[in-house]
Ligand binder design. Sequence first.
Ligand code: SF4
Ligand code: SF4
Length: 588
Amino acid sequence: MARQKTHKIKMMEEQLAKKLNRQVVGSLVGCVHCGMCDESCHYVLAFPDDHKMTPSYKADQLRKLFKANHDWTGKTFPWWVGADKVPLTDDDLETLKDIAFGTCTNCRRCTLSCPMGVDTATLNRIMRGLLAHVGVMPEGVRVVSKDQWELGNQMGVLKEDYLDTLEWMSEELEEDLGHDEATIPVEKKGANVMYCINPREVKYDPRTIKEAALIFWAAGEDWTMPEEGWDNTNFGLFSGDDQLGGACAKREYEKARELGVDKIVISECGHGFRSTRFEGVNWAAETEPVPMETSVQTMLDYIKEGKIKVDPTKNPERMTFHDSCNNARSGGFFEEPRELLKLVSMDFQEMYPNRAENYCCTGGGGAMSMSEYTPRRLESAKIKADQIRATGAKVVVTSCHNCVDGLNDLIKHYKLDCEVKQLVNLVANALIIEEPEKIPDELKPGDLEVKKVAEKEPLAGRKILVVDDEEDVRAFLTMVFEDAGAEVETATDGDEALAKAREYQPDLISLDLSMPGKDGVEAFVELRSDPATEEIPVCVVTGHPEFRQVIYDRPVPPPEGYLGKPVDEDKLVAYAHHIVEHRKEKAN
Ligand code: SF4
Ligand code: SF4
């Protein structure tokens, strides 16, 4: 007796018709079953005799449905293209569930090997979406998707627990640093950065939130965390449900617009980065997306711009780097994490293959939520374990919370002698903590933004004394101040600075600290102690920010400004302008 199609199969066929576009059809019709992609898949490597593990077999399950319904070959020669073997019963759907969710992490590695450009992971995601559409999915996927729909995050974290965790981390940070401005701002409007995280951080690893807060504080960042719309992760990417994907991404985008922030910074989460930065924009049909970046880029920029300083000797162990499939293969994010890792650690050893060719940690594609497939997943992780072991690394660094869990599992299973860390852990550990730049009275945080002062010549009519022993620095500072309208005198050491300050009576002294002869610290104390110069404002411009405490500890009023070299031109003019204007107001 011929088997009848169930209602669910008909629903899946209808749903498939909505998913077809040029890219998808290209992958559906393009496979010539050459087998070139087989060995790129970690499941094939683990089960070489099982043809059901090959990428083409997995994608063929969707191909059959497509050919039977949309392709002339399937209608004319169904027996030739497998269109006569489409799933029909609920038992068939259980088999499909096992293939789509249990034998592919959607890592996209096989796509690199395909001469026809077939994207098997995209096809597998569509199959997952069809199954989810008719309610056929692993229990873990069902629970996580429900939590993300109903509670706004995939781990079922309640709002009060999230806010309690932020408060707890904020208090700890304040206590650690003894600084009442070192806190975690929540729901602050108009900040530069809205920082969004993975709920795993709230539930299992809140120290990463504190570490990120420490880095933001040290960089003097104007940042906030939102009360809602804080979850970067997006189970729509894993379950194939574009509607869920769009809803999750939209929550974050709308919150960013409501708070009026300049950009969203996404904590280290591979699929969170991919789904928020790229896929979510399409799912949510965003026409003007909010600027977004990963926190890896943010931390790297802070170091390069001199906003934070790091000591790599704090992380001396041998480290290797695991590329998250979503960050690297799907996001093109290869070099930045390596650059950052090399800046904050001493002994980096690349694993092979790496970057786009790296093997999945086997925790991708939502695999960590599907415990029924754990034994198979760990078996397929052998290649990853071998890669790590060959590096001799004591620390595997990765920029993805899913990978942290996947790697921890395989390290335990294969008894590797190493641990997993993220870049935020390493940057926070390497951070050289300095007091933030002292904000002179009445200079509000908003005033510290590096922006051009509105006036064309904001220092017109002002006299500035530039003190620095390096000729090119004197020339640069002179040019910046003169361009801003000031009249500039220069001095090359402390003695000359004192003589010129008395004679010239400048409106501001730009003072270097490290100079031969009388250095800047001594000169500063003498300037402050001499009635002829004590009122002249001083802005320290130094290549040795570590001298800050030395100068602030002197028994004289502190300098009006303190900037580290290399100094930003706009920031320098903004500071100088504020200082001289503030002095004028005081005098009036
Ligand atoms: S996407 Fe990854 S896990 Fe899936 S078939 Fe391709 S290589 Fe294998
Ligand atoms: S390499 Fe491409 S064409 Fe060949 S079997 Fe794999 S998916 Fe099909």
